[in-house]
Design a binder for this molecule. Structure first.
Ligand SMILES: Cc1cc2nc3c(=O)[nH]c(=O)nc-3n(C[C@H](O)[C@H](O)[C@H](O)COP(=O)(O)OP(=O)(O)OC[C@H]3O[C@@H](n4cnc5c(N)ncnc54)[C@H](O)[C@@H]3O)c2cc1C
Length: 386
């Protein structure tokens, strides 16, 4: 494991900090700022700010310059993530496109797809959502039923997707559709790009326990999609999805580590404010969260070193997903115990921690539940019988 950053990496950090100092409004960094903004206006502000960051060259840090990226190293990507969290900069509005679609296209996309999709995505000209899950296809994704019937140069889509994050703000979807029922369950699936402005699409929001509507249901009635919108090959959608999910589960969890560490510091501050910092049981819990977090940090640095050395990670991304999502839930439980009954009501001091606590419940579900990740680790990493 290499724990040092090179001179070029530190130079990159200095440049990025200078840009953030000059371009990130001070009030955006205040706790609770975003929860006070109107949802759509807040989205538009973040969309534009992120586009200006891309124009300044701070987007797609590791991606090739020919597709609008910076051509940097994995270490610079980690520095970028660290600084974004340290500055309390707003999270990306195009996470599904950035984290999942673009890296997948870099590996298996056609030249036209790489050229036409990646740069506009980095500049937030097109916002993407992911249409995989259906009411009866979540962990058992291959059970999906949403049909895309071939018809000349087009497919005609009928059916439904659910839990589609960002559906209400997205321009396009990358989704899995059944293009054949004759083939084996996994083989009849194709990944397609769907323009969400097409006739026949109905998007309905779903409300979460945080009160937000971060996801929704998408209904398709005779929606026509050109055959050139296939990612990979017809019937090969399952392999594309597995590649994409390995990016979703993530290689390194350094950004999560930095964000959770900041939350833990806020919880310690809250314990002091409430006079609970001398409670021996809470002190034990805080210490064990620090230990968990440091394990997450060193696991992430280990993984980062492997990536820098060009090693294949494969199922190891499941370990990363398990570790960061469960660590975050433990920190959420700690917050609830430190804040006591007060955590159930909102107030400026605890709004962000409260939202993060509620949100953390979903982190062991999306991207593959913890049970599913444990199955993967057991079978593929430990070689245990099915
Ligand atoms: C906040 C959030 C955002 C999401 N965003 C998106 C999105 O943008 N696009 C999208 O397509 N989907 C999205 N999802 C859906 C997500 O991918 C699914 O919820 C997830 O795959 C689980 O599927 P399910 O909800 O149908 O649960 P199920 O698959 O029905 O699972 C129910 C329970 O059974 C357990 N289980 C299932 N199979 C096994 C097994 N083989 N072994 C052991 N235990 C098992 C699960 O762990 C879980 O506890 C999102 C979900 C959430 C919560």
């Amino acid at each position: 494991m290499d724990l040092t950053y090179s001179e070029a990496d530190e130079q990159f950090r200095a440049e990025f900090r200078a840009w953030l100092d000059a371009n990130l409004p001070a009030e955006w960094r205040q706790r609770g700022f975003w929860s006070r903004q109107d949802r759509d206006e807040g989205f538009a502000m973040r969309r534009e700010w992120e586009a200006s960051k891309a124009r300044a060259g701070f987007a797609g840090i590791q991606w090739p310059k020919e597709y609008g990226g910076r051509g940097g190293t994995p270490a610079q990507r980690a520095i970028y993530d660290e600084e974004m969290v340290r500055y309390r900069a707003p999270l990306t509005v195009n996470g599904l496109g950035l984290t999942f679609l673009a890296p997948t296209l870099m590996v298996i996309g056609s030249d036209e797809q790489k050229r036409d999709i990646i740069k506009p995505l980095l500049h937030n000209e097109v916002i993407w959502c992911q249409g995989f899950s259906e009411p009866n296809a979540g962990s058992d994704l291959a059970a999906l039923q949403c049909r895309a019937e071939p018809d000349g140069d087009e497919y005609v889509i009928n059916g439904q997707k659910i839990w589609t994050s960002q559906a209400m703000h997205s321009d396009k979807m990358f989704g899995l559709f059944r293009t054949s029922t004759e083939d084996k369950k996994h083989r009849g699936i194709t990944m397609l790009i769907v323009d969400l402005r097409s006739p026949g699409i109905d998007i309905r929001p779903l409300k979460q326990m945080t009160g937000a509507t971060d996801f929704g249901e998408v209904f398709f009635t005779d929606v026509r999609v050109p055959k050139s919108n296939v990612i990979g090959v017809e019937g090969g959608g399952w392999d594309v999805a597995m590649l994409l999910l390995s990016f979703e589960r993530g290689a390194s969890a350094m950004p999560q580590y930095t964000g959770f560490r900041r939350e833990l510091d806020d919880i310690v501050g809250l314990a002091r404010d409430l006079g609970r910092d001398q409670n021996p049981l809470l002190r034990q819990r805080i210490a064990s969260s620090v230990v968990e977090l440091e394990c997450l940090k060193y696991h992430s640095l280990h993984v980062l070193t492997q990536v820098e050395q060009g090693k294949e990670l494969g199922a190891a991304s499941s370990m990363t997903k398990l570790q960061w999502s469960e660590t975050h839930q433990d920190i959420g439980e700690l917050f609830a115990d430190v804040a006591g009954l007060g955590h159930q009501v909102s107030g400026d001091g605890v709004d962000d921690l409260q939202r993060s606590y509620l949100w953390s419940r979903s982190e062991t579900i999306w991207g593959g539940s913890s049970q599913v990740q444990r199955n993967i680790v057991a079978e593929r990493l430990l070689g245990l019988p099915r």
